[in-house]
Structure formats: C-alpha cells, structure tokens
Design a protein around this ligand. Structure first.
Ligand code: PHE
Ligand code: NA
Length: 448
C-alpha cells in the first residue's frame, strides 16, 4: 500500500479487495480471543449479543469506512480532513483518524506477543511435545512458556521482526495471493477439529454452552466486551478498512463485499469455539481461564489423534500466517502516519514504529510473569492495553465513522454509493443513523 495523496492504484478485482480485507479481519481475534471471551463471559448470552453487534453495528460501520475511503481517496486522517471540509463540518472529525492510528499501535504491541505464542507452538508441535499429553501436560507446557520472560521475548521479537520485514519491503501485495490458499486451508483444519470435538463426548455440552443462553449471566460489562470485540475482529475503528476503501473501484458493491467479509469472519470464530469447547468439557478444563484457552486445549487434540503432530504444525503455521496478515494491517497505518510527519524513509518509519510497538509489547508480556503484580487502574499491562483499545478507543472511533457517514454526508450521494433503492435505503438510514450509534452510546456510557 502506498502513501497519501498519490493518485491511487486500485484493486485488480473485487476478489482481491475482499481477500485483503479478510486477511486483516481473520486472525487471532477469531481463534484466540473470541473463544476465551466466550469462556470468560459465561457462553451463549455473550455469543448472541456479539452476533447482534456484528450485524447491527459492525457491518454498517465496515460499509461506512469503505465508503469514506472510496470517497476521500486518501489515507484515513486526510480523508476525514477533506470530507469534513467538503461537507462544511468541524475539524474534530480528524480525531477519528488519529484515534485509529493510536489504537492500531497499541493493539499491535500485544497482538505480536500472542503471535509469538503461536510461533512457539509451531516449535512444540514439530518436536512432538504434545504427543500423548492430557490437559494437565499441555497446561504445564503453556505454563512454562508464560513463566519465562526470555522465551516470551524471543518469540514476540521473532513475530515482530517478520511483520516489520514484510512491511518495510512493501511486499504486502504478495499476501493476498497467499491468503487465497492459506485461509481456506485454515477453515478446513478448523472443520476437522470440530469433527474431532464431536468424538470427545463434550460436543453437546459445548453446543449448549455456546448457543443456549442463560440471560441471568448477562451484565453491562459483558455487552461492552461483545461490542468491543465486534470492532476488533472486523478491524474497525482504526482507519484500516478506510484505507482499503480508498483503493476500491466504483463498480464494487460495498454491501455485498461487507457481507462476505463479515460472514467469513463470523464463521471462523464460531468454528474455533466449536473446536475448543468440546475439549474443555471432555477434559474438565477451566472455561474461564482467559488468554491461554486455545493454547491449553487444542494441543490435547493434536496429542491424541493419528498424525496429530502434523495437524498441529499445520494449524499453528496457518494461525501464525493469519496473525501476520493482521499484524501487517495494524503496522501499516502507523508507518504511514510516521512517514508523513517525519523526514524518515519508509524503511526508517517502519523500523521506528515497529520497534516502539515491540518495546511496549515487552511490557505487556512481562505482565504474565515478573510484572504480574503491577497494575494500573486495577489492570495488568496486557489487560490494560486490551481494555483501552477494545472497550474504549475502537467504540469511539467507530461511532465517529458511522455518525459522520449517516449525518454529515449528502444522503442522496450515499444512497447511490450503496446502490440502494429508496426503500432499502430507509432501512440503512434507520440502522446507520439511530440503531448503530445509539447502541454504541448506550453500551459505552452505561459502563462508565
Ligand atoms: N481483526 C484482527 C483479528 O481478528 C485483528 C486486527 C484488529 C487486525 C485491528 C487489524 C486491526 O485478529
Ligand atoms: Na477477526
């Protein structure tokens, strides 16, 4: 992806665009974060609220970001600047772009730590460490990793180095081609793991846990978590999707593309849950153990099926790949920001941004061991970074996007841009003007 103000190239096809957006969307958020959030928040009630947030709030905001990007034809900050000026609106809208860059930077720092866990697990799978292990054995392997700052730093550094290397060389285009084959492969592996789940005896419990709601479990904090994760998983509120939209031709249907991306993202997250929870129930593991969940469950399957080590290697390679694709999309806007405001070259800007995120990531990973007692606002550093972004920055910048699209742009132009007739457009308007923003506002302020 190139920098601002140049005359933009465009995606070669709708397919290329959808693949790139999916590459950013599908990642650790689906396979690592979604399942442990479901486990932490008591199951189905969270899942159903999350699905409502995805379709009523996430999807319109995704369309909104693409629409703004295609309209502005610039990077997110300049796009907001220009569209605000064109439509005689205040300059405060630029904050939406700035908040997005900050969020991307903060997320990258801890995302790389988890990407590092995935790399570490490739090594464990290759060396056969999972074979024959039960839940306790796998738990010990994961515990050993978490307790070792040296190991965590090593794998986090390797993950960040790969990300920096790809972004610095500007070869991100090649990733689309890779995504074309690797993403379906990841899907197939997840399906295999769901089938394995069916043989464990824990599958019915898992289904009930994920889809039979116990509404008494629900509280405002859980709803905010679901909303925040809807933004996180669709890569919203960071200007990333806005940047993609700026490369988009007029002939591509925003609504259709958004539906494709959202459905793929959702299916992968739900499949991850259906692969993981049967193992949790069958082995009597702890549902609410937080970020370690996939790392102590899936290897039980890899350790106990024929050629499981190979399946394990394939799984963590694909997961790492999906994580790198997302990490690249997180680093990109930060690099662009730095490149534009400093005399640094692209290479220099990538190094500075990447190394800064890497350093912050080290603080985050130390909160799993030596700094585990250190808290700010009652949260460890890792949790603080996660909370600040998913529950605070992303909902606010996402809200900015949808308010701007729905209230500040010319309605008739938006209708044409979406290719809707008057009837369908009134539904869009209802959602974009009222349902989505009021939903975000209510959830957000109810939690303050
Ligand atoms: N959407 C990615 C995921 O689910 C994470 C991500 C967030 C990527 C924000 C880019 C921007 O893993
Ligand atoms: Na996602």
């Amino acid at each position: 992806m190139t920098t601002a103000n140049k005359v933009h190239a465009q995606w070669s096809s709708r397919m290329g665009f959808v693949l790139a957006a999916t590459g950013s969307a599908v990642g650790l958020g689906n396979i690592w974060k979604f399942p442990y959030m479901v486990g932490d928040s008591g199951g189905a009630a969270f899942v159903l609220i999350y699905l409502a947030c995805i379709f009523l709030i996430g999807l319109p905001i995704l369309v909104g970001e693409w629409l703004l990007g295609r309209r502005g034809q610039k990077n997110p900050i300049h796009t907001m600047q220009q569209l605000a000026a064109d439509n005689h609106r205040s300059r405060v809208w630029v904050l939406v772009g700035l908040g997005g860059v900050l969020a991307a930077f903060l997320i990258l720092s801890f995302y790389s730590v988890i990407g590092g866990w995935s790399l570490a697990y490739i090594k464990d799978a290759v060396t056969g460490n999972f074979s024959g292990q039960d839940g306790d054995g796998i738990g010990a392997i994961f515990g050993g990793l978490l307790a070792s700052p040296g190991l965590l730093i090593f794998w986090h550094s390797l993950f960040m180095l790969i990300t920096i290397g790809i972004v610095a060389r500007g070869v991100t285009g090649g990733l689309e081609a890779a995504a074309r084959t690797l993403m379906p492969a990841l899907g197939v592996l997840l399906v295999l793991l769901v089938i394995y789940g069916m043989t464990t005896g824990g599958f019915m419990d898992a289904l009930a846990f994920m889809f039979k709601p116990d509404w008494s479990q629900l509280n405002g904090g859980i709803v905010l978590a679901a909303l925040g994760h809807a933004f996180f998983t669709l890569s919203l509120g960071m200007g990333i999707m806005m940047a993609y939209g700026s490369y988009l031709g007029e002939d591509v249907s925003l609504l259709q593309s958004a539906r494709t991306v959202v459905i793929m993202d959702t299916v992968i997250a739900l499949a991850a849950g259906l692969a993981i929870f049967p193992i949790v129930f069958a082995n009597g593991l702890d549902l609410g153990q937080g970020p370690g969940l996939i790392f102590v469950t899936l290897p039980v399957a890899f350790g106990n099926i024929t050629a499981g080590w190979l399946v394990g290697v394939a799984f963590f390679v694909l997961l790492t790949f999906a994580a790198i694709a997302s990490a690249i999309s997180l680093l990109e806007p930060v690099v662009e920001f730095v490149e534009e405001r400093t005399p640094l070259s692209r290479m220099g800007a990538t190094l500075v941004s990447g190394v800064a995120a890497w350093a912050l990531g080290i603080l985050a990973l130390l909160s799993f061991n030596v700094l585990s007692d250190f808290t700010l606002l009652g949260l460890g550093i890792f949790d603080l970074l996660d909370t600040l972004t998913s529950k605070f920055l992303l909902p606010l910048t996402g809200l900015g996007v949808i308010l701007f699209v729905a209230w500040c742009l010319d309605k008739e132009q938006v209708r044409q841009e979406l290719g809707l007739d008057i009837y369908d457009f009134s539904l869009w308007n209802l959602i974009a003007r009222y349902i989505a923003p009021i939903g975000v506002l209510v959830v957000f302020f109810a939690n303050l």
